[in-house]
Design a protein around this ligand. Sequence first.
Ligand code: FMN
Length: 350
Amino acid sequence: MNIGPFIPANRFFVAPMAGVTDRPFRQLCRSLGAGYAVSEMVSSRPDLWHTPKTARRADHTGEPGPIAVQIAGAEPLLMAQAAAYNIDQGAQIIDINMGCPAKKVCNKWAGSAIMQDEALALRIIEAVVAACAPRAVPVTLKMRTGWCQAHKNAVALARSAEGAGVQMITVHGRTREQGYRGQAEYDTIAAVKAAVGVPVVANGDIDSPEKAREVLALTGADAVMIGRAAQGRPWIFREIAHFMASGTRLAPPLVAEVRQLALAHLQDHYSLYGEFLGVRSARKHIGWYVASLPGGADFRQRMNLIENCEQQVAAVADFFDQLNQRMDRIGDAVSYDLPGGKEKYLEATA
Ligand SMILES: Cc1cc2nc3c(=O)[nH]c(=O)nc-3n(C[C@H](O)[C@H](O)[C@H](O)COP(=O)(O)O)c2cc1C
């Protein structure tokens, strides 16, 4: 598959997740087998472009290309300007967010709220494509299956988006109304794939190599995108790639390898956020790394009290050193946020 002139390294993509898929995490996922990564969304409001948060989100230092930047907003003109601005900052692909259910975004009539107004959605897409075309920058779209159960308009929107020049469409198999509740469904994604000629990416609840294979088969999609299951488990991409190539499961990583990955991730994280923000925002990543591991729950509590980088690194190193004395491999990590994950998490850490 291709996204305009770009050919992703494989068809296992890491999802954009605000506050999670920052540069260090994207690079980590790419180094562990993700073929493509989209950055966290950037607002289309010009007054927010120069905030430290947006500047951090626009930091792509050392990142393997293509650099894909997601923009969110509801004003066609502002979205077009945001696309142009981000291209000036180094974006090689512009992704339009019509998938985010967050109140913060949707109350401002953006994200998945736009799906409710197909005419507006199309005007946004046309404006962004018009801004990107002279620079030969492909535009992609990320959306949900629809606004609510009664209004699943992903197919209609995908058709008009393709007609307007969008070059790849990602569909999260839930409606906006669902938020993250219930199960993702893949029939609508299959219908989108059947309706358009551009590559389609299937997303939602993919948490294992087997599930990735199943979703690819069910939808006929060109690629799958993984979000929450990669939290604390960025090696899921190489596990999926191995399984798809060989039909066999790759052994889970060694505790020693996870220790090394987590420590390197922390250093990269601190270098982007600095000490104060870095220590605090690293806690969620550390929590995800240890969530399914023996002693993980206790460690999470203790770790939340630590307020400097040196102590945080020492605590994480110590946690994995102790674990290494009990087990060689980490086993199948279970994401706390996935359906069924909490029970498994509580069992594992009881
Ligand atoms: C913490 C978090 C932040 C997210 N932020 C974004 C975002 O900025 N843009 C976007 O298009 N989707 C965002 N999403 C949605 C994900 O990209 C993805 O569509 C969703 O999590 C379903 O995939 P999964 O089941 O593999 O997690 C976010 C999801 C989570 C959990």
